[in-house]
Design a protein around this ligand. Sequence first.
Ligand SMILES: [Zn+2]
Length: 152
Amino acid sequence: MEGQCKATVFDRFHNYGCSRKAGYGPGGEYCKQHAREYLMEHGPVIKTMYKVYTDIWEGPEIIEVGIVDETDKLFYIKNTDQRYVDYSQKIIKDNTDKERLYETKEEALKAFMEGVIKDLESIERDLKKHKERFDWAIAKKEEINKNKEGGK
Ligand SMILES: [Zn+2]
């Protein structure tokens, strides 16, 4: 199908029709990029996967996502977990260490548990460091107080 992509592009002040060539998406009415965006918003989910976040500060969590398109490196996903709709509807992420996609809930759960354990270990290390610092400060305080009394 010939013609121009039917998507509307917005910049700060204007909106205008996309000028790229159509040929992708439903009815071949979109350019490659907009076909993908259309898929991410309206597309049928071709499979469900599980995304595991193991960020130490936000804590590990599992989010169910719908894959709408898949290439060698990228998974184009649509969030099927209602709680996170705003957050990841537009997410395009490669399958990196920090945010992994798993085929099954069992794999995701395993990774999730590993994430929890890693967090625990990291927290334990921090606690130990703080404890050492705390002990040092207490000892120092006592030493200073002793010197004060001794100096009278
Ligand atoms: Zn377009």
